[in-house]
Design a protein around this ligand. Structure first.
Ligand SMILES: Cc1cc2nc3c(=O)[nH]c(=O)nc-3n(C[C@H](O)[C@H](O)[C@H](O)COP(=O)(O)OP(=O)(O)OC[C@H]3O[C@@H](n4cnc5c(N)ncnc54)[C@H](O)[C@@H]3O)c2cc1C
Length: 415
């Protein structure tokens, strides 16, 4: 059966949901449908490695909107269906149930799939990704029979899961291939702080450790074998090694891209009437000096959704939102603003031993990002320093008794 919608949104996650909401907010009166691979209506993904895994929040409390909301707004929710191909000339997509759906304009908001290990044993029972509700429900179901957990990958998701599981009394080992955790996203000082925190909570952190294989015991994981031979025994293995952007059908239809699908400053792909947003969208970001990047954050998914809704409703505005992110581990709330990639200087502000401090990242003397640990005031006030790329006095930046908003006033060099 063929149906047709004025706007078809592919992906019922953060970006897809926000795009539908923003279209209605901008008085878009045409028909809208969201087609999503997962069976659930849109829900928040960040709690999956935090309070949902800890079983402190039931699923209903992580829904992005209550069930009735979508019908009230005239948004058809076509869940449990994966788009497998796109015909940009006919303006149709086909789904894995054999259906065809027509569109006037399409917003591709398909995020990414968890990257899997390539070694032997990667598909054994007890080996988990942390990307979907189903992933985490499977983990939760195994927790009672799990004493030891190996987390492969010391990024935010792996560390958050490690924190939850350590608090639940599991013996957790984090295996990280690089010489520090959070290497892709933060500076050295923050990495060292989090390594120490995890060790203080009984988590064994193995740096520079490469996985050789997952050991098999009757079809289930029994441990992680490291290159060099050491075995880390574990009934549960959590793999947090990033995502592969879900763009195959679009790329097969001819959309430009590489590690993601390329979009312009309004979220337009190279294919007519097709936009892309969120984790899968490769865009030139002014906070990365115009380099094409993908950002994996709720901020990026939501803000890009807003930009695309504006483009569709005839109020275009370029995407220049400042990146921000958060991570919760133990009683530590990290808030990040800006992009620290490529920084050449880190300034510590406050005392990590007091578990409330910030790190200010500079590039050629300009503030490009802040990581704030239990320091919300710095995060809020530091945003202005980042958006204006100020050059502030280093001694003042390092002095936590001087509010950052005072420095914003004195600072020079806007972007
Ligand atoms: C465990 C975890 C913790 C996180 N914590 C944080 C955090 O603390 N702070 C933060 O800012 N960000 C966090 N993130 C990242 C954030 O959740 C993502 O950046 C955000 O969800 C991206 O939104 P999106 O719409 O691009 O993709 P998603 O929310 O992933 O939605 C994409 C949807 O599209 C579906 N899909 C994929 N392919 C197809 C297809 N072909 N057809 C139909 N549907 C398809 C997927 O199944 C998925 O449901 C976290 C992510 C995870 C997994």
């Amino acid at each position: 059966m063929t149906s047709r919608y004025d706007v078809l949104i592919v992906g019922a996650g953060h970006g897809g949901a926000q795009a539908a909401i923003a279209l209605r907010q901008h008085k878009f009166t045409g028909s809208i449908a969201i087609v999503g691979e997962e069976p659930e209506i849109p829900y928040e993904r960040p709690p999956l490695s935090k309070d949902y895994l800890a079983q402190e929040k039931p699923f209903e409390r992580i829904l992005l909107r209550p069930e009735g909301f979508w019908a009230e707004r005239g948004v058809a929710m076509l869940t449990g269906r994966r788009v497998v191909s796109v015909d940009p000339e006919a303006h149709t997509v086909t789904t894995d149930d054999g259906g065809t759906i027509g569109y006037g304009q399409m917003i591709w908001a398909a995020g990414g799939h968890a990257r899997r290990l390539a070694c032997s044993g990667h598909d054994l029972g007890g080996v988990h990704s942390v990307r979907t509700r189903a992933d985490v429900d499977r983990m939760i179901a195994e927790l009672d029979s799990t004493t030891r957990v190996a987390v492969v990958g010391g990024g935010y998701i792996g560390l958050e899961a490690a924190a939850v599981l350590a608090k639940l009394g599991k013996k957790v080992t984090v295996v990280e291939a690089l010489d520090r955790v959070l290497a892709r996203v933060a500076g050295r000082a923050l990495s060292r702080f989090y390594e120490a925190e995890h060790r203080d909570h009984g988590v064994d952190i193995r740096l520079g450790a490469m996985v050789e294989s997952i050991e098999d015991e009757n079809g289930r994981a029994s441990g992680v074998r490291l290159v060099g031979g050491e075995l880390i025994p574990a009934e549960m293995v959590i793999v947090g090694i990033g995502i592969v952007p879900s763009v195959e059908p679009l790329r097969a239809a001819g959309a430009e891209g590489g590690n993601g699908v390329a979009v312009d400053e309004h979220g337009r792909t190279s294919l007519p009437d097709i936009f892309a947003i969120g984790d899968c969208a490769l865009h030139a970001n002014i906070y990365a000096e115009g380099m094409p990047i993908r950002l994996e954050s709720v901020q990026n998914a939501n803000d890009m959704a807003m930009i695309v809704a504006r483009a569709i409703t005839g109020e275009p505005e370029p995407y220049h939102a400042v990146p921000w992110f958060w991570s919760n581990q133990y009683d530590l709330r990290l808030q990040t603003v800006g992009l620290s990639t490529g920084h050449d200087e880190e300034i510590l502000r406050g005392d990590p031993a007091a578990r409330s401090f910030s790190i200010v990242y500079l590039k050629q003397g300009h503030v490009v990002a802040l990581d704030c640990v239990n320091a919300t005031k710095d995060y809020v006030q530091g945003r202005n320093l980042v958006t204006r790329r100020v050059t502030a006095d280093r001694a003042q930046l390092a002095d936590p008794t001087i509010p950052l908003k005072m420095l914003a006033g004195e600072a020079a060099a806007p972007a």
